[in-house]
Design a protein around this ligand. Sequence first.
Ligand SMILES: [Mg+2]
Length: 336
Amino acid sequence: MEMRIKDAIVGLCVADALGVPVEFCSREALKENPVVGMRAFGTYNQPAGTWSDDTSMTLCLVDSLLNGLNYSDIMDKFLKWLREGAYTPYGEAFDIGRTTRAAITRYAGGTPPLACGGTAEHDNGNGSLMRILPLLFYLHAVYGPDFICNEEAMGIIHNVSALTHAHKRSQIACGIYLSIAEELLQKSNPVGAFTEGTDRAFAYYRKHDEFAAELTYYDRLVQKDFANLPEKEIKSSGYVVHSLEAALWCLLNTNSYRDCVLLAVNLGDDTDTVAAIAGGLAGLNYGYGCIPGEWLHVIAKRDYIEHLCRQYEETLKKLAMENSVPASRLSERATD
Ligand SMILES: [Mg+2]
């Protein structure tokens, strides 16, 4: 029995660590000297296998969801990460986004959690998208595989984004991403999961006037031949629309975990986060067993991360039972 939670979370973490040493490198520079495995030093001068904010904030959410959904508790854990270096490889938070830092600082100053996130157009970095994946398993356990049609479940996605990123565009990115991830939980077929997942998310957002206008920023995802866009059309910046497009494009244009996350890293710019977003989905699709062992071996605090994933799975199995949701998809990979 393999754990799908571990597939996704470790998939995200390993990809983050691959990208950390070359964050902000240009695509041209990486064409000259492409990343092919775990590197040490680089942008943040860290040992090989060092993961960053993307994984740290993802682990904050996992740890918080062990005790149910509590927005204040999630923010408490973000604050512990930012101030005390909790949920980090070596006791120090690094690579913190501007919008994220501002939101956590507001929370520390007494602002209620759901009023902390940035709402301006320039607050649409990838900072909530990169940490939303653990919510997939919680929503699946509580609302079942059709959570993308459920108002309450979608409200939770938007709220968890809004803790730091409260603009509709960032919230939609999280909704589309989790919709595709849920499809990958059902079947290991990136093209099918991408098509179904985007269709279902778009159907939801088109019906909601407050989101419909913002949805147009994601139109390329539902245009024919998105996967066949040439690489030069794919931007890999920290802007949430670019990051989501780039991550999905990498998933659609590769056939293994390794190729997917290396393609993402070598797009350059926001390497660790684009790779983390892609790596979570690639992990779900290909499974933990397909993550190269030589990469896993150097991941900082791997035992701790995997322990947290196991705890989360146990918690959610109970929750799924209470909510009469078949929990099998949380544990076993589909064989198709
Ligand atoms: Mg990072």
